[in-house]
Design a protein around this ligand. Structure first.
Ligand SMILES: NC(=O)C1=CN([C@@H]2O[C@H](COP(=O)(O)OP(=O)(O)OC[C@H]3O[C@@H](n4cnc5c(N)ncnc54)[C@H](OP(=O)(O)O)[C@@H]3O)[C@@H](O)[C@H]2O)C=CC1
Ligand SMILES: CC(=O)[C@@H](O)[C@H](O)COP(=O)(O)O
Ligand SMILES: [Mn+2]
Length: 384
């Protein structure tokens, strides 16, 4: 049976997830997908190359000052060009079958919400949408009939192993964490690391910010809150276990004692392809796991003294309300400060805790401007 082509927009096309998404599209059958919008920010040359190669209808940079550069880079084509935050939101609101939401940080929230309001499939890599605005985001998905498919590898794994099972039978979910580059380091040594060392993830090739978040385990902290919203879990149903090989992407415990897991090589093209082709599974030429060569799969409890981010996430899960938005906004500001060399690696968790103390009990933000407001206040407290 010949199927209609699916139209796809990629928000954050020039980033790690965006590039992998276009790579996956390149492996699908000819004519299976058409590209509507590609958005980026600073990397104009790559955005223009991608738009030409994949015959996008529109290319948008979030940086208003780069309009002319992008226009010039796409001269001689019929590809529309636009620039600025609102242009990204407008491009995201064009109706498509699938939107890959892969802008980094809370900057991805407004464009992804715009895509949600069109219905269709939202392939969600941007975990911050759920961390900062879980209830708002899910309400909008329901109101507009959007299908939310998680791309974050752990949540995609859980989504896959929940499929076809009774939710009432779920005891807990177990998020796996690599432990990052400092898994075995002493705390004193962690105090002096640079952004370059922190960005060297042992298993995954990812953007700068999520790589450093993996090193501080703030990535796992965000993922705990992401899981709470996505799978409607109580705080005590969310477990974290360190698994240094990143082969088991996460697990679900059922009430009969069974544990179901999803495994695969650490390659984001697998969850990306799952979301793009759902509910089918298309062939994908990625590495196959060779179980005879896998020496061992290890598991260990996270050390919450060296990685206080995990305890901060537990606190946010328990407090609810605006705590997710505060944790994320404070973390983004602290991370920017660490990358710029203004604060140390261990200072990040201290700054986040201070913001959570100061803004404890703030009401849950249920509109975009309320989320952005609480995010701004958290950043002001951190002021790195
Ligand atoms: N990378 C991975 O393997 C995984 C990523 N994720 C999540 O996916 C999201 C993307 O991650 P990743 O691809 O690593 O990030 P990258 O930093 O590699 O890419 C981010 C993308 O967002 C664009 N961008 C940056 N700032 C803005 C802004 N203010 N407005 C609009 N666009 C902007 C960038 O444009 P430009 O580069 O042109 O400046 C780029 O296209 C994050 O939320 C991350 O947590 C989740 C699981 C795995
Ligand atoms: C690939 C992916 O989903 C990342 O979020 C990954 O999980 C990061 O690894 P950590 O487990 O080290 O945070
Ligand atoms: Mn993840």
């Amino acid at each position: 049976m010949v199927q209609e082509p699916r139209s796809v927009s990629i928000l954050g096309a020039t980033g790690s997830i965006g590039v992998s998404t276009l790579d996956v599209l390149g492996h699908t059958e000819d004519g299976a997908f058409t590209v509507e919008a590609l958005t980026g920010a600073s990397n104009i040359a790559l955005l223009a190359r991608q738009a030409r190669k994949h015959k996008a209808r529109i290319a948008v940079t979030a940086d208003e000052s780069r309009y002319r550069d992008l226009k010039e880079a796409l001269s001689g084509t019929h590809i529309e060009v636009a620039a600025g935050r609102n242009a990204v939101i407008e491009a995201a609101s064009r109706p498509v079958d699938v939107t890959m939401a892969a802008i980094v940080g809370i900057a991805g929230l407004a464009p992804t919400l715009a895509a949600v309001r069109n219905g269709g499939v939202i392939a969600l890599a941007n975990k911050e949408c759920l961390v900062c605005a879980g209830r708002l985001f899910l309400n909008e998905c329901e109101a507009h009939g959007a299908t939310l498919l998680p791309v974050d590898s752990e949540h995609n794994a859980i989504y896959q192993v929940l499929a076809g099972h009774d939710r009432q039978a779920v005891e807990s979910v177990v998020l796996t964490a690599s432990g990052g580059p400092f898994r075995t380091w002493r705390r004193e040594k962690m105090a002096t690391v640079t952004a370059k060392t922190a960005a060297a993830h042992p298993n995954w090739s990812m953007g700068l910010k999520i790589s450093i978040d993996s090193a501080s385990m703030f990535n796992k902290a965000l993922e705990m809150i992401e899981a709470q919203h996505l799978f409607q879990l109580a705080p005590e149903q969310i477990e974290v276990i360190v698994h240094p090989q990143s082969i088991v992407h996460s697990m679900v415990r059922y009430r009969d004692g069974s544990v179901l897991a999803q495994l695969g090589p650490p390659d984001m093209r697998i969850p990306i392809a799952y979301a793009l082709t759902w509910p089918e599974r298309a062939p994908l030429p990625v590495e196959r796991l060779d179980f005879a060569k896998l020496a061992r799969l290890e598991f260990e409890a996270p050390d919450e003294t060296r990685f206080p981010s995990i305890a901060l996430a537990r606190r946010a899960l328990d407090e609810g309300k605006a705590a997710g938005a505060v944790l994320n906004g404070a973390k983004e500001a602290a991370l920017d400060g660490f990358i710029a060399g203004r604060i140390g690696f261990l200072d990040m968790a201290e700054r986040v805790e201070a913001a959570m103390d100061a803004l404890a009990g703030e009401p849950e933000p249920l509109a975009l401007d309320a989320v952005e407001g609480i995010d701004r206040r958290a950043r002001e407290i951190v002021k790195p």
